[in-house]
Design a protein around this ligand. Structure first.
Ligand code: HAM
Length: 433
């Protein structure tokens, strides 16, 4: 039996045929994200991989694609319906409520990173397990917080040196506003119903707002003259949105107001946004989010507003690679020890152990025979230095220490070997590791 990874999943490996699946790229992206979160004073939250199915149905919304078609659902041994998390927001709200988190502070700023699961047709940029970095800010309804969250997302892309991105922004008001808008939209679409795509015909009854961001040409043609949700906002909502746009102008964050942006999850109200790129084809959304002022309450929690975003790490990495942005060089061990004769082996093994216990990244070629072959291996794993222990060295009790970048070579007496390497690593070498 040949075992294969399920469709739509992939391994992240030290070396992969596709660069975006390489571990060091992920580690770099994760380190930039962790630093970004620190700079904006967000704290990490870790939520479970699966939850009771009804949380996602209530949280994300019954009519959303995620809840209606894409959940990975299973029954546990006690016949309870569980689902793998398709996103983070619903679980974070559950955790906030369950831990009475509002008692800790007036404003909560969480961030999270990890895998999400959606059963969809896999293609480039769309996977059945994908990874998100997201943030949620709970307890503040101000447009200044909206701007802070949007700036954070844009700053991530700036730090990663991504170009040609567009920030789309819209306001979809509250439930009342959307109720009125839905009636107007349906009245507008009714005469053109037969010309709508099959998906949109279904959405006409279940979730007419989602027709607005249909990618189908026939729908887009009809939608050109559709009513705008921005004309249905209350004065307060209009005010909030205008102030937010003004603040984005002041902060020099470019955006494009797109009154057809509604997003695929049902919990949003007021401001919603998405960052898109040209280079990812159909799956061009790198990240998105928005306000959810009634979500906590609808999950039986306190009446507190929230806003957040999430972005897809696969799509970000693919775009970084397409745009040939900077990635740090992959670094191997500080020292590669080559015991090139049988009697050097035990000495080399003890030395390797001692250096590792001194926290010096060290590798040993346990099967070294020809020095040339071992040197090739050292270069391949990108070691910084090698230590050669062949017959000559064992006779003279001096090891050859060689820097693989500068080619400098020095013979070091066995008795000074440990302190020589330790000094070099901690005084000079570490800066280059
Ligand atoms: P979302 O737009 O559904 O939002 O997902 C966020 C990002 O995850 C997308 O912009 C995309 O980059 C990535 N993504 C989504 N599905 C896939 C997939 N199948 N394969 C690869 N990447 C994918 C949310 O999940 C909300 N929870 C965001 C949020 C947080 N809103 C408020 N707070």
């Amino acid at each position: 039996m040949k075992y294969q990874i399920p469709k739509g999943l992939f391994d992240i490996l030290p070396i992969s045929k596709e660069a975006f699946k390489e571990t060091d790229k992920w580690q770099y992206l994760e380190s930039v994200i962790n630093k970004l979160a620190k700079d904006y004073n967000f704290e990490e939250i870790r939520i479970p991989i699966f939850e009771k199915t009804e949380l996602f149905i209530r949280g994300v919304g019954q009519t959303s694609d995620i809840a209606s078609k894409e959940l990975y659902t299973f029954l546990d041994k006690a016949n309870r319906s569980m689902s793998l998390r398709p996103e983070g927001t619903a679980s974070i709200m559950r955790a906030f409520i369950e831990n009475s988190y509002q008692q800790n502070s007036k404003l909560t700023k969480f961030y999270y990173m990890g895998p999400m699961f959606r059963y969809d047709r896999p293609q480039k940029g769309r996977y059945r397990q994908h990874h998100q970095f997201g943030v949620e800010v709970i307890g503040d309804n101000s447009y200044e917080i909206d701007a802070e969250v949007i700036d954070m997302l844009m700053n991530l892309f700036k730090r990663l040196e991504l170009k040609n991105l567009k920030l789309l922004i819209n306001s979809i008001g509250d439930i009342e506003c959307r109720k009125n808008f839905k009636i107007a939209l349906k009245n507008f679409l009714k005469p053109n119903f037969e010309k709508l795509s099959e998906d949109s015909k279904i959405r006409f009854e279940t979730n007419p707002l989602r027709i607005l961001d249909s990618k189908e040409k026939c729908d887009q043609e009809i939608l050109k003259s559709a009513p705008s949700i921005l004309d249905f906002l209350s004065n307060d909502e209009k005010n909030h949105f205008e102030k937010l746009l003004n603040l984005l102008d002041t902060l020099k964050i470019s955006y494009e107001v797109n009154d057809k942006l509604v997003r695929g999850l049902d919990y949003y109200d007021n401001c919603v946004f998405e960052v898109v790129t040209e280079s990812q084809g159909a799956q061009n959304s790198l990240g998105g989010g928005g306000r959810y002022n009634s979500l906590l309450k609808s999950l039986s929690g306190p009446d507190l507003p929230g806003i957040g975003f999430a972005c897809g790490l696969e799509r970000i990495l693919q775009t970084m690679i397409d745009q040939e942005v900077y990635f740090p060089d992959k670094k191997g061990p500080y020292l590669f020890i080559i015991p090139a004769c049988e009697r050097a082996k035990e000495f080399a093994i003890i030395l390797t152990k001692d250096l590792r216990h001194h926290k010096i990244p060290t590798e040993i070629d346990l099967h070294a025979k020809k020095i040339q072959k071992s040197l090739q291996l050292a270069n391949k794993i990108k070691a910084s230095n090698v230590l050669i222990l062949a017959d000559n060295e064992m006779d003279s009790k001096k090891a050859e220490f060689k820097n693989l970048d500068t080619r400098e070579q020095i013979a070091v007496e066995f008795e000074n070997l440990k302190s020589f390497i330790t000094d070099k690593y901690y005084n000079i070498g570490k800066k280059n590791v």
